[in-house]
Design a protein around this ligand. Structure first.
Ligand code: NAD
Ligand SMILES: O=C(O)C(=O)C[C@@H](O)[C@H](O)[C@H](O)COP(=O)(O)O
Ligand code: ZN
Length: 362
């Protein structure tokens, strides 16, 4: 078992990474003074596989948990679904110390965290991350949100969990496409923060795809360390944390323009990273061979490099509503080498459009 600390001055917490964490869940619940009524939110895929086991640990810890199941998929990350969960919470009489557990991927985590942050102005929240993407990114750092039809994660908060459990044995049931989706965000960490990690990914693509335990532990652990390091320095994205948004300006546009259905988040991020790397090269910040290196790794890990079903105009317009855009100036996260983000964040419209064209399928 490995622990990574998110050492925030207030509301810090541990991420526990291991296999079969039932006893750990019971133990960590016992370390908090929660009310005895709890809610467990999960989705229609994960619920069938893991609810009973998790409920057993919660019960052993002396709590009674009701289960709320949302339909699997990004469309559940909505105010409508949140409203249904609030209703259930009120009906069950959940109080200010009632914990809400998120058992699932990033959709369940973001949605449940948003409900926990707002129900009675905040109740304890626990992340039990089951997808690779959730285990390396969404369960850590406290960004919680729902989507709006006009934009991704538009309604949300910063709200840290009490603890995060990452049971890597859950990945055995995760569809292959979702493994690659998680790898999109993992590549991001190497690209923005750690060239050695990027090289590890390049050198171990086969082991990673075969879900070899040692490489899984390494890539999940290192990703959590990098995210924890960034978030600890800048919890509410005043500056540094924006680097975690590398590739996301175009990614969110792709997700929104395709109705949150065609591309998984990590797939859209892969395309967006290539777009941002091309802007970096056009501005003379990044060598062409570095752009090729990033693109090659993305391709090797079966992620898309071009978006279908998105027009240049729509993509360009969408980026103006990005959360990092201020006074109409888009804040681009650009690279000056693999493993390092540039201080330059502005790019002329013609360069942006040229690079958008490169990642849009005809
Ligand atoms: N809060 C953050 O910091 C942050 C970071 C990155 C992404 N996100 C958000 O996370 C979401 C994407 O997360 P995701 O990729 O986990 O998607 P997801 O939650 O939809 O999970 C992907 C699919 O895998 C299934 N699944 C999950 N775990 C499983 C398991 N162990 N076995 C079998 N099936 C399993 C789910 O039911 C779903 O069908 C997006 O909404 C994205 O915006 C948030
Ligand atoms: O934690 C962060 O900060 C991130 O930006 C991580 C991203 O991978 C994640 O997709 C996040 O939800 C994006 O946030 P947003 O505020 O740009 O919607
Ligand atoms: Zn992301």
């Amino acid at each position: 078992m490995r622990k990574v600390k998110v050492a925030l001055p207030v509301n810090g917490y541990d991420i526990t990474i291991g296999k079969g964490l039932a006893e750990e869940l019971e133990k960590q619940i016992g370390e908090h003074k929660f009310s005895s009524r709890a809610l467990l939110v999960t989705d229609s895929n994960v619920g069938k596989l893991y609810t009973e086991k998790v409920k057993e640990s919660i019960t052993k810890a002396g709590l009674q948990a009701d289960v709320f199941v949302v339909p699997a998929g990004e469309t559940s990350k909505s105010l409508e679904t949140a409203e249904k969960i609030y209703t259930r919470a009120i009906e069950l009489g959940l109080d200010r110390k009632s914990p809400i557990f998120a058992l699932g991927g990033g959709v369940v985590g973001d949605l449940t965290g948003f409900v926990a942050a707002t129900y009675m102005r905040g109740v304890p929240f626990i992340q039990l991350a089951t997808s690779l993407l959730a285990q390396v990114d969404s369960s850590v750092g406290g960004k919680v949100a729902v989507n709006h039809r006009l934009g991704k994660n538009m309604i949300g908060a910063f709200y840290q969990p009490k603890f995060v459990l990452i049971d890597i044995s859950c990945l055995e049931s995760l569809p292959k496409r979702e493994i690659y989706t998680g790898l999109g965000e993992i590549i991001k960490y190497g690209a923005i923060y750690d060239e050695d990690f990027f090289r590890y990914l390049e050198d171990n693509t086969e082991k990673i795809q075969a879900l070899a335990e040692s490489s899984l532990e390494h890539i999940i652990g290192r990703s959590c360390e990098i995210k924890a390091d960034v978030v600890t320095q800048d919890e509410k994205e005043k500056g540094l944390r924006r680097i975690l948004n590398f590739g996301h300006t175009m990614a969110h546009a792709i997700e929104k323009e395709t109705g949150y259905l065609r591309y998984n988040h990590g797939e859209a991020v892969a395309i967006g990273m290539i777009g941002a790397a091309n802007i970096s090269r056009e501005l003379g910040l990044l060598k062409d061979e570095e752009v090729q290196r990033l693109t090659a790794l993305i391709e090797k890990l079966h992620l898309p490099t071009k978006a279908e079903g998105v027009s240049l105009e729509a993509m360009f317009e969408s980026t103006l509503h990005d959360k990092k855009t201020v006074n109409g100036i888009v804040h681009w996260v650009l690279l000056d080498r693999i493993g390092h983000v540039s201080d330059i964040t502005e790019a002329p419209d013609d360069v942006v459009k040229k690079c958008m064209r490169m990642v849009l399928a005809e």
